[in-house]
Design a protein around this ligand. Structure first.
Ligand code: TYD
Length: 228
């Protein structure tokens, strides 16, 4: 994936992306969806993909953990098996390394927009915030796995815990993370919000208690702003 091209691109003045894949005006964007379980992000994923397709963009939709054959195998383990906290974080990043190599970077290089249902912010929020793994260790892994890649836009779907819990209980059989208690989700949500405050340029917080139609209007505006 052209390490030298990245260096070349670094010297240009008109880079608006948070990654160095693709080139010039045609640079495709990397969008991530985040939020605690039950925040309702999945409802809006295909809406945003369709918005971009209406705007004549090639788009791929993918997810973490997962997105590759290996990543999906790791997902099944991560979502259902108990393990040491650091093993969990390492496997999240292992799946991510494969996802970037096989899916995300090649798509951006081809000029395709990438929408990922979760990315590294989820590791900071869940393993860092929720499970209390040292954020510095996660920052080291982030630097190792994707030193030159950050989302151009991160949509953080935010809801109070009781709303999220009610949505989860109503709709599904709970996986390992979804079975966690309220204090886990409070810490996860707090870390998401802390990161949103730390990286205000790429984060947009969506109040996910609003009506779906209201959220969609908001998303329309955000996407129009990103694709100028
Ligand atoms: P989720 O994206 O909510 O999918 P679904 O809607 O099918 O349940 O599930 C992924 C779970 O993995 C979610 O509980 C958050 C967790 N997760 C982490 O703990 N760390 C990570 O780095 C990622 C990507 C996900």
């Amino acid at each position: 994936m052209g390490a030298f091209e990245h260096l070349k691109a670094k010297n240009t003045t008109d880079i608006k992306s948070n990654h160095l894949y693709g080139s010039g005006m045609a640079t495709a964007k990397f969008i991530t969806f985040e939020g605690i379980d039950g925040a309702g992000k999945s409802t809006h994923l295909s809406f945003v993909a369709d918005l971009l397709r209406e705007r004549k963009k090639a788009v791929i939709v993918t997810r973490e953990p997962g997105g590759t054959t290996l990543g999906e195998s790791l997902r099944a383990i991560l979502l259902h098996e108990k393990m040491h906290l650091e093993t969990e974080a390492l496997l999240m990043f292992a799946a991510r390394r494969e996802h970037i190599a096989q899916v995300i970077a090649p798509a951006l290089e081809r000029g395709e927009w990438v929408i990922s249902d979760r990315f590294t912010d989820a590791t900071f929020a869940y393993q860092g915030g929720g499970r209390k793994l040292d954020l510095q260790k996660l920052a080291v892994l982030e630097q190792w796995v994707h030193p030159h890649l950050q989302p151009d836009l991160t949509l953080l779907f935010d809801v109070p815990l009781d709303v999220a819990r009610a949505r989860l209980d109503a709709t599904r059989t709970l996986d390992k993370f979804e079975q966690e208690k309220a204090d886990f989700f409070a810490a996860t949500r707090a870390e998401y919000l802390r990161r949103a405050a730390e990286f205000p340029q790429r984060f947009r917080i969506i109040d996910s208690t609003q009506a779906i139609a209201t959220i969609q209007e908001q998303l329309r505006g955000i996407i129009a702003g990103l694709d100028r």
